[in-house]
Design a binder for this molecule. Structure first.
Ligand code: SAM
Length: 292
């Protein structure tokens, strides 16, 4: 008969246990030795969020904003605490609010003066100095780039870094939502070709202002015009690749949780889709790139 050893192993006193050292990659704080503790962090290419998060200072006041969960996921995977996020289409400042909530910093550029001023008010005077810089400028311009560089020089002084650690690009989806009448506005281009060209200029500024080895996120949806699917996402992805960014992921994000996308006109669109031989968009993209 096999004898079982009933002797109990002496319990190790907690204070004598040797803590495992943390193991992280260069661009985030996820401890790979405790990777099972990060269940909330996504690693797959299908993102579904049933509702828009309204906690932590977010509101849904701006038509065309992204849901805060996108920023949360990106910051977990592609930033460290204290890192600087550069958002070249700041809109209502979702990326800035989430940066403050998660101990990151942010520089946001927005073309519309009144919108930039409105976003500024979301942050305390102290946060405006140390955490979030709002710049009113055309992100495709040299002046816009210089203003960002000035802000980077100030925010990065302590760490000795003069580049951003994550780039966020959430441009207008061509002319689907018109944000202003300004000629520099990407939602106001005469053609989709012009939209791609202007997007390329913004992306080039972003590339130059981003630290090597770091990530860029492009959030974009496609459009349907003249009985054709216009793949804006893939068009912009090609522009990113031309600049030297390598593609790391193409994530499909279910946009039904965006709320505003839940239209009352669902039946009308269903009829149109059946009659016109097309499909109704229920997704947008979160495309990830790395500057190598
Ligand atoms: C899709 S929205 C971004 C929304 C933002 N992610 C948020 O959560 O609120 C695009 C924004 O880009 C701005 N924009 C358009 N062209 C621009 C340009 N050339 N430079 C800077 N901002 C621009 C628009 O005014 C608009 O606020």
């Amino acid at each position: 008969m096999k004898r079982t050893n009933t002797k109990l192993k002496p319990a190790v006193k907690p204070d004598l246990q040797i803590a495992k050292p943390t193991k992280t990659v260069k661009y985030n704080d996820i401890d790979l030795n405790a990777w099972r503790d990060y269940e909330h962090v996504k690693t797959d290419t299908l993102w579904e969020f049933p509702t828009r998060s309204r906690e932590g200072g977010h509101s849904n006041e701006y038509h065309g904003n992204f849901i805060p969960q996108i920023a949360q996921q990106l910051y977990e995977r592609f930033t460290k605490k204290g890192d600087i996020v550069l958002d070249l289409f700041f809109g209502s400042g979702t990326s800035g609010i989430e940066a403050v909530n998660m101990g990151r910093r942010c520089i946001g550029v927005e073309l519309k003066q009144e919108q930039a001023e409105h976003v500024e008010q979301k942050f305390t005077p102290e946060q405006r100095v140390t955490d979030v810089r709002t710049i009113c400028a055309d992100s495709a311009s040299i002046e816009g780039k210089e203003k960002v560089q000035e802000a980077l020089d100030i925010l990065g002084k302590e760490s000795g870094k003069d580049k951003a650690q994550l780039l966020i690009l959430h441009p207008p989806y061509d002319d689907i939502i018109k944000f202003s009448d300004k000629k520099e506005d990407l939602s106001n281009c005469a053609s989709t070709e012009d939209f791609y060209e202007l997007f390329g200029k913004v992306a080039k500024n972003g590339y130059d202002l981003l630290e090597k080895g770091r990530y860029a996120a492009l959030i974009i949806g496609d459009k349907y015009a003249n009985s054709q699917h216009i793949p804006l996402g893939f068009g912009c992805m090609a522009k990113m690749n031309e600049l030297g960014f390598i593609t790391k992921a193409i994530i499909i994000k279910d946009m039904q949780g965006n709320e505003r996308a839940k239209g009352k006109t669902a039946n009308l669109w269903r009829y149109r889709a059946l009659a016109g031989g097309f499909y109704i968009f229920k997704h947008e993209y979160v495309m990830l790139f790395q500057k190598v």
